[in-house]
Ligand binder design. Structure first.
Ligand code: PRX
Length: 631
């Protein structure tokens, strides 16, 4: 029997042989000539010359053998509806949308922004883009108009696809009016907007000549057959914006062939999902987990995927387990915050349902604390696998790989480096390898394996500088996470090395929130830090210096200003980024060279020692933070 260790070693010792073997899991229209071209480090090209298509691998390939099997099951507890699409039906819908897009002038290589709620049409749109080689960029529905506009201007799309609205906790969330606002703000708005109306927004404005009604247009393309555009393995498949150190989100660009192979391989080796089985991933299509493990991964594997619109506690905290029972879910993937939310409810609700079909539950996106890991593993009586990865990697970096070897799980640890990743724990100062139990930067020795980001959209230099520029003496990929390895080789992730925070599994940049706070006309300057939160993992907390302090003289004035600042963040970025509180101070702690001491502020906010303060310009600033926190 192959052990995990042998498998991992072989993936690095014989990279090309290893991945050539894994590449057999997908369909190649034209075989690749070279497995890996690493002639221009750190840019890695996988399966060079090979031609394939993500949509072909997700749909066409399965239609003949499993055409009548369910491919997509949409369950909405928001609008109390379930819709099911077999592989044949999904294939047909995707063909229609692909034809609709083509007749709107979308060509291979054009960008298409998808700003949609969790409805089947969003999946059709994603797969239709892949079919014709258009580059999709899905923007999470929780982002506000200004954020959407920034992404539009970076991607310069030919088309935008949206819906009238979504629903959250039974409340309608308007999408179309937000899109209209974003298109007004954008310098490069698309010519056309394809609009799916769910009947949620009766007074939805329509712009004649620009907005195209999905349902009407679909009628004209009912019998459409659109051939897959064969793409060279390294052509871009999608852009997904993610937060980093600066206020400007980065467009993570992914290829076609490497991504298809990485997903097919991970479905088999990590998630153990077999064709004909069912996968339920509770993320959103706007995040990388949604891309890889709601849409592409399970379909490439020939599974049934469940697309869920709703929250984990409505109508009650048993809804996910009811879905597992009713749809005989075999593989489930969720995030630690959701489990912490469920943990607050009576565990008896879990035992109401027959979870016999479930093989294991995978959790990722944020640190999984040991008590939550233990609780859910005991409550389910199934293996619960913590695994660690990023938007940039597209698939797991650290995980147990049960399809190769069922290694024992350690609570609180995402286990070991996944095959293909030459993972290193490097000391920040000199890139030397850290020893056992020593906290260091989690880094990947390039070339990055298939599936990982290939560059930053439109900015190769930013890709190299950002991700490979952490150490002066070594060109390695930094994950921007701290980690530690114990004596048994298990890894533990200890949080980010940069200014990225993780709120309920949502990745946000504190700089982006600072910029949003600063959009309030009375804010002169601010610092945002992430503070530990028992439910959401982290929450943003803002400290702001005002231009006109007269409103701070009364408690009501302060409260009103705090509310206005929060609303500004909602408008600029979205409610997910709203700070837990806004504290007003007259100066921020800075070094003598003018850098804000965010780490010290964060430490104080979490009740820890603020650390080395020898470079502080004015210690009174820190005193103000202390006092603000006390109040
Ligand atoms: O800090 C790490 C944290 O989430 C970041 C990546 O977030 P995102 O790009 O949204 O991708 C999520 C893909 C699952 C990482 O840099 N993170 C992710 N998984 C874990 C984690 N932190 C601790 N444990 C994890 N299992």
């Amino acid at each position: 029997m192959t052990t995990y260790r042998d498998f991992h070693r072989r993936s690095l010792d014989d990279r090309e042989g290893f991945w050539a073997e894994e590449a057999k899991l997908v369909h190649w229209h034209r075989p690749f000539g070279k497995v890996l071209d690493y002639s221009r480090p750190p840019f890695a090209k996988w399966f060079v010359g090979g031609e394939t298509n993500l949509c072909y691998n997700a749909l066409d390939r399965h239609v003949a053998r499993r055409g009548d099997q369910d491919a997509l099951v949409w369950i909405s507890t928001e609008v109390d509806q379930t819709r099911t699409f077999t592989y044949k039906e999904l294939f047909q819908e995707v063909n229609r949308v692909a034809a609709m897009m083509q007749s709107l002038g979308v060509k291979t290589g054009d960008r298409v922004i998808i700003y949609m709620p969790m409805i089947p049409e969003a999946a059709f749109a994603i797969l239709a883009c892949a079919r014709i080689g258009a580059i999709h960029s899905v923007v999470f529905g929780g982002f506000a108009a200004a954020s959407l506009a920034a992404r539009i201007d970076d991607a310069k799309p030919a088309l935008m696809i949206t819906a009238d609205g979504g629903s959250r906790m039974g409340k309608v969330v308007l999408y179309k009016s937000l899109v209209d606002e974003a298109l007004k703000l954008a310098k490069y708005p698309p010519r056309k907007v394809l609009l799916f109306s769910r009947g949620l927004d009766k007074s939805m404005p329509v712009v004649p000549g620009r907005d195209v009604d999905w349902s009407e247009f679909r009628q004209r393309h009912l019998d459409a057959k659109v051939y897959c555009v064969w793409l060279e393995s390294n052509q871009p498949s999608y852009i997904l914006y993610t937060s980093g150190t600066t206020g400007q989100p980065k467009g993570v660009q992914r290829d076609v062939g490497g991504y298809a192979v990485a997903l097919a391989s991970s479905m088999k080796r990590i998630f153990c999902g077999e064709a004909g089985e069912t996968m339920f991933t509770t993320s959103d299509i706007g995040w990388v987990v949604g891309h890889s493990y709601i849409i592409y991964g399970p379909l490439i594997a020939g599974m049934t995927t469940i697309l869920y619109e709703g929250v984990p506690v409505r109508p009650d905290a048993g809804i996910w387990w009811k879905i597992v029972q009713d749809h005989k879910v075999n593989v489930m993937f969720s995030a630690p915050t959701a489990i912490r939310v469920l943990k607050k409810h009576d565990p008896a609700i879990l035992r109401k349902y027959d979870l016999g079909s479930l093989k294991h539950l995978f959790l990722a996106g944020e640190p999984l604390d040991e008590p939550t890991h233990r609780w859910i593993a005991e409550a389910l009586g199934k293996p619960v696998i913590d695994h660690y990865w990023q938007t940039e990697s597209g698939w797991p970096i650290l995980s147990s790989v049960p399809g190769v070897e069922k290694t024992p799980v350690k609570f609180g640890s995402p286990s070991f480096p996944v095959y293909g990743y030459d993972l290193k724990l490097l000391r920040e100062a000199d890139a030397a390898e850290a020893g056992t139990d020593e906290k260091a930067v989690v880094a990947i020795e390039p070339p990055l394996p298939p599936g990982c980001m290939t560059t930053v959209w439109g900015d190769d230099e930013r890709f190299v500088k950002t991700y490979f520029g952490t150490f002066r003496n070594k060109q390695v990929y930094s994950t921007f996470d701290w980690g530690i390895r114990d004596k048994d080789g298990y890894y533990f992730i200890l949080g980010r090395t940069d200014d990225v925070i993780n709120v309920a599994g949502h990745r946000l940049g504190t700089r982006e929130i600072e910029e949003a706070v600063s959009m309030h006309s009375n804010i002169a300057e601010c610092a945002v830090v992430g503070v530990a939160d028992s439910l959401k993992g982290q929450m943003p907390l803002a400290f702001a210096v005002v231009k006109d302090p007269s409103r701070l003289n009364s408690a009501e004035g302060r409260k009103a200003l705090e509310k206005e600042v929060m609303e500004t963040v909602d408008r600029q970025l979205g409610a997910i980024a709203r700070p837990k509180a806004v504290h007003f101070v007259s100066l921020l702690p800075k070094t003598r060279s003018g850098k804000t001491l965010r780490r010290s502020i964060q430490a104080l906010a979490e009740g820890r020692d603020p650390g080395d303060l020898t470079t502080i310009e004015d210690p009174a600033a820190l005193e103000q933070i202390r006092n603000a926190l006390k109040s």
